[in-house]
Write a protein that binds this ligand. Structure first.
Ligand code: ADP
Ligand code: MG
Length: 751
């Protein structure tokens, strides 16, 4: 609690202003408005480049008036004042251009704009706000408003040079409330609020070490800076504060989870795990062995393991998880493996049973015994009888390892003694789902989360910040490299046919081929996995809008008449098929009966068929970078070199084609995920489940501020370790509560 921050705004800025702020910005407290930071700053002395102003957004810009004219309206009473404003960039490019269509000019129209007519004389500089829209060839500003800059009453008698350098804060504004009105209200608040009483959420030693501004000064300078250095210093402080609050919330959650009591699952010297290790046909990589040791030790503790395992595609995460599951089974517990799709759950079920060999038994053989473990599949689409049996086996403890999809999360699924949950391949599971699964056990179970592709460190620290992280960064020995090529049909139309003869060569050599399409049929949207963002510019491509995208049914049809593939067994696979058909198709492909599989991204994650060597991705520009990296990871798995063809009809140099070039240029998943995330919006990175918190980040950018985030994480870890309840840091504790629960402001009693 902080009395000043939680104080109702009307106590500091009056009823009327408080009502306006609440109506337009939804803020009701002193803290809420003080923390409404400028989005950026304009330089008072410089005009804003109009070409850089985003379309269809409320903007604030500084421009010079070029011309002004007023006419009576014909259709209704009143006059219209048209003002052309400029950033001075286009106007010097000479005469002869249509007026209003200069680059760097905007037309602003005011209905009955008496003030505009009087004040916006040619040559005047003013700040304008409104929404930038395009009419025909020229740009206009709708719902415009303005503030003359030359005789700004805020700054009487200021040295002109200093004045020109003075930054003007730009707030996220609305159509009804301009940035400068917001600034005015905040200026009043800065004068009336008791800033000295705010106290500092940052521990004093950190503020001293980082030479941060005192809180009161920082609030003044972020809202009313005199120089760019002022707001930069203030912003650095609040950014760090944001990182520390976030990381302390996560550190506290980690500490709370670790303080829970779990059942220790110690290794058994004569159990299934040692037997499994003896029969493994390969040796573990150094990374697998090291991570395996960590997991084994953590499982043997009586506090729950909460670990993220991230690794390159094909680095062998499944074996690591399976070995952990066996240790739990050896100790008398059950393990659950949660997969994102039915195809992947079924594939895991098959391959884990195959890998276990005689150490696995299915339900029918019956009987308890420590010489084998029952592996059970449980998915939503299973026939009722089989599903009921699987649920019974989970509840009775007959099933040692239960593999399934989201269905495992449903209420009527229960376990006899759930000791370990493995969440495979997903950045799609948020904190809530992790908690839902944890609730399946009477005591908190151990938890292992595995990502599909590597993710940047700072993303791991925020999105999965409540988990400890392990990384598998090497691929098993003998892994053949995958070579990736961009096949540009716009320059080489003939290559379209070459793709199929290349496929035939692969099949004649005894291997298999995947063909991936963005759509299922001629008129649908494909298999979009929930939570997976489409590539950022997927809908903006005129080129593709007019052209038919490759679809599974269309390609299968086409291949029937393709001479190069005559007699080759081809099968379609997509998410809308009957589950029995799907698993039949997968089984036939795994058995090397189907030679060429035409599918959607259902095969994106985890599918593991060693004999497949060629991956053809049609209209590859429709997929995101991580998706493409995942997809190509399906080939080159069995020691046979893999090839991936990224087929596109886009012109070279098109932004979406550069994404393909990036994928072709490297097989380093960390590098690619960094690249991928740069193209996405922060919100997509963090997702709805953002690190257990409910609010959005203000000043912190997960990819840009790695240094800030890791320093804050270390500090947070230290602070929470020394003082788990944060009783010595009440201001920090309050800031964490505010971060986790921003809605609380709405419920506070006012006045
Ligand atoms: P991912 O990390 O992408 O989930 P998988 O667990 O599917 O990778 O492993 C890919 C393939 O590598 C599997 O066929 C697996 O059996 C094999 N594999 C795993 N570990 C090793 C190893 N140490 N040596 C050789 N092959 C391995
Ligand atoms: Mg996997």
């Amino acid at each position: 609690m902080n009395a000043e921050l939680d104080l109702g705004l009307e106590r500091r800025i009056g009823k009327r202003s408080a009502a306006v702020i609440e109506k337009h910005l939804g803020l009701t407290t002193v803290g809420g408005l003080l923390n409404y930071f400028p989005r950026r700053y304009l330089s008072r002395g410089e005009l804003t480049p109009i070409s850089e102003v985003p379309l269809d957004e409320e903007v604030t810009l500084i421009a010079r008036v070029i011309s002004s004219s007023t006419r009576q309206m014909r259709a209704r009473r009143g006059s219209l004042t048209d003002v052309v404003i400029s950033d001075d960039a286009g106007t010097s490019s000479g005469p002869g251009r249509a007026s209003g269509a200069h680059p760097g000019t905007l037309k602003v129209s005011f209905f009955n704009g008496f003030r505009a007519k009087a004040e916006l004389q040619p040559g005047r500089r003013a700040m304008f706000s409104g929404k930038v829209t395009r009419y025909g060839g020229s740009l206009g500003l709708t719902n415009p408003d303005f503030l003359l800059l030359d005789e700004d009453p805020d700054t009487p008698g200021m040295d002109p040079e200093k004045l020109a350098a003075m930054p003007i804060p730009v707030y996220p504004a609305t159509a009804k409330l301009t940035s400068w009105s917001i600034h005015k209200v905040i200026s009043t608040l800065l004068d009336t609020a008791d800033l000295e009483a705010l106290g500092d959420p940052l521990p004093a030693e950190i503020a001293a070490r980082e030479k941060f501004l005192p809180v009161a000064d920082a609030y003044r300078l972020i809202h009313s800076p005199e120089t760019p250095a002022d707001w930069q210093r203030a912003r650095d402080r609040f950014r760090y504060q944001e990182a520390l609050v976030l990381q302390s919330a996560l550190a506290r959650r980690r500490a709370q989870l670790a303080a829970e009591e779990a059942t220790a699952r110690r290794p058994a010297p004569d159990g299934l795990l040692p037997a499994f290790d003896r029969q493994l046909p390969f040796t573990l990589t150094a990374g697998q062995a090291a991570v395996g040791k960590t997991l084994s030790e953590e499982l043997a503790q009586d506090s729950p393991m909460n670990r993220l395992l991230q690794g390159e595609v094909g680095s062998g995460k499944t074996i690591v998880a399976l070995r952990a599951m066996l240790q739990v089974v050896d100790a008398g517990g059950q393990a659950a493996l949660l997969a994102p799709t039915e195809v992947l759950a079924a594939q895991h079920y098959e391959s884990i049973r195959r890998t276990l060999g005689p150490l696995a038994r299915d339900g029918l053989l019956g009987g308890f015994g420590s010489d084998a473990v029952q592996v059970t599949l449980l998915t939503g689409s299973m026939p009722t009888a089989a599903r009921k049996q699987a649920m019974l086996d989970a509840a009775s403890g007959t099933a040692g390892i239960v593999i399934g999809t989201h269905a495992l999360l449903s209420e009527n699924v229960s376990f006899y003694d759930l000791g370990l949950i493995v969440v495979d391949e997903q950045h799609r599971f948020g904190v809530e789902q992790r908690d839902a699964l944890r609730a399946k056990a009477s005591k908190p179970p151990h938890l292992l989360v595995m990502t599909a592709t590597p993710i940047p460190r700072t993303v791991a620290m925020t999105v999965f910040g409540d988990l400890e992280t392990s990384v598998l960064d090497e691929l098993p020995a003998g892994r053949a490299p995958i070579s990736t090529h961009v096949v540009g049909l716009s320059e080489h139309p003939a290559w379209a046919g070459r793709i199929w003869s290349r496929s035939r060569e692969e099949i004649d050599a005894g291997h298999q081929v995947y063909v991936v399409c963005p759509k299922i049929g001629a008129d649908d949207d494909g298999d979009f996995t929930p939570g997976e963002a489409a590539p950022p510019d997927a809908d903006l491509e005129g080129e593709n809008g007019s052209r038919e995208l490759a679809s599974v049914t269309g390609v299968v049809e086409h291949l029937r008449d393709e001479p190069a593939l005559a007699g080759v067994p081809v099968a379609p696979l997509h998410g809308r098929q009957d589950p029995v058909l799907k698993s039949g198709t997968m089984a036939s492909f795994t058995a090397n009966e189907t030679k060429l599989l035409v599918s959607t991204t259902v095969i994106e994650v985890g599918v593991d068929v060693h004999n497949a060597t060629l991956m053809v991705i049609l209209d590859a520009d429709r997929f995101g970078i991580s998706q493409l990296h995942q997809l190509r990871g399906r080939v080159g798995r069995g020691g046979l070199p893999g090839t991936c063809l990224l087929v596109t009809a886009l012109e070279p140099g098109h932004p979406s084609r550069r994404r393909l070039d990036a994928v072709a240029a490297t097989t380093d998943g960390f590098e690619l995920s960094q690249e991928d995330l740069k193209l996405r919006r922060e919100g997509d990175i963090l997702g709805a489940s953002q690190s257990g918190g409910r609010s959005t980040l203000k000043l912190l950018r997960v990819l840009e501020h790695e240094d800030v985030i890791s320093r804050a994480r270390q500090d947070a870890q230290r602070i929470v370790a020394a003082d788990p309840s944060l009783s010595g840091q009440p201001r920090l504790a309050a800031a964490i509560d505010e971060y986790l629960n921003p809605e609380k402001e709405a419920f506070l009693e006012r006045g």
